[in-house]
Design a protein around this ligand. Sequence first.
Ligand SMILES: O=C(O)CCC(=O)C(=O)O
Ligand SMILES: [Fe+2]
Length: 525
Amino acid sequence: MAQTSEKHHHASQLGASAIAPPAGLDALPPPAPALHHLRDDHTFDSQLGSAAIAPPNGEASLPPQLPAQYHLTTEPTSSTQQQPIKRFQTPPSTAPDPIPKPSSQPIPDNHTTTSQLGPSAIAAPPQTASLPSPLPAQSHAASDPQSHETQLGPNAIAPPAIPRPEPSEAHDETETEDLTFPTLPPFPSTTPTAPLTRLSLRKLLARDADEEQRLWTASRDLGFFYLDLRDAGSSSSEIDGPALEASIDALFALGEEVFALPVEEKQKYDFKDQGSYFGYKGLGAGVVDAKGTRDGNEFYNVSKDDVLGVSDKLPAPGVLRAEEARGLLAGFVRRGHAVVSLLLRVLEERLGVDLRGLHRLEKESGDQVRWVRAPAREEGEDEGEEKRALGEHTDFGSLTLLANRLGGLQILPPDSKTWTYVRPLRHHLIVNLGDALVKFSGGQLRSNLHRVVRAPGEQSRLPRMSLVYFSRPEDDVVLRDLTKGEHGASAEGGVTAKEWILRRALGRRVGGDYGVSEGTEGGRV
Ligand SMILES: O=C(O)CCC(=O)C(=O)O
Ligand SMILES: [Fe+2]
């Protein structure tokens, strides 16, 4: 596949308070702010390996790198908790919080509350529930900007009002309904697929004990599961499954616009040479193996902190700088992060460690939204050829929320030598754990190898796009075994999440050192 190199700048990315700059600014994108220069990549998050980095000699134990303001305390357990949770607490910040917290709102029964989601959870504003669906491609418009502004403060981007689908019956595992995507060629019925557990966001919100146990088991044994978004949450809480699904639909349409830009325009936003982790990666600008075989996809990475105003805005193409686009991204980020917080709560209760306190929405982190796009199979290309769009990797961060429509994602199940497709299911996210959770849990949780190949069967005739929300620990968090308290050793000798992402990311760009790009695969912690 020919490499497309282009170069642009990103501007838009999302910024925070930001709303679309005047039209003329498109032509002169400012350089990426230094803040985002982690050095690398683009990449794959995970991709980059982990353990790979040479541990410095021995001084792995204490967390001197943990910012001084973190104090370790122990909280009483709730009835469902397995172990006491050691929480990292931060003193009140003197810096202004870029994300104003709304006052608490009444929450209906069975729905999560801000306090259940942890201190970092921020309530999303109410959505308009009555508009017709489906969403037209570019019509993710807010209905009442004023009310959003009041709740979120002047600097925050208001998530757009998302039309909600008609309410439907609650769903369970025995249902036989169609979970395929009606406008796409079907995933072939004969292609073997991985048996991911299907979890219900609605049940997890209701603190269903069986569902929480299934989440724990799936996180430990495979590190991949489905999450059914239907009937989960409400428009008055930060968890709103249908609104999250609607924002995913709208972001697929926005992603098409981004990738449809001329290559020269997109390439302006490849910040690799400036050491930035965010922005564009062209087709073939990464490698999928140690031989240096070029990858077969393009990415566009948008920083959570940019979208929410936690950090400076990066340059971005006009289509991403538009107020509507930024609002849409902000809504997706808030809703995605809220789902992550809910899942982390279950894991932290089992582990007896504080995870949500290391993943606060308003703190700087490598969290990002990514669009991934691989071109359609070309005429005459062998249909069966397993062309790798994205090489095998484990994700670097904590939890990854993945919206797939076409097949192509494959996992290497534990103790198997056979790469196996994951079937995309409508109304569901695919969720996987990343290396940070392996490290925090002292190896109890699993970050499974996966890769992206050509979509199977007829599906390969279409370009494949997927949308991802990567959650990662806050930049300053030291990657170490938290279950051992303050003395948990770190294989990386106390490297922070931000440092590690940088090291890993370098490995899988063209010209990088593939040998240092491995993650927690192979049993490394
Ligand atoms: O596109 C996909 O389905 C998976 C993408 C992925 O694994 C990644 O970007 O880390
Ligand atoms: Fe991945």
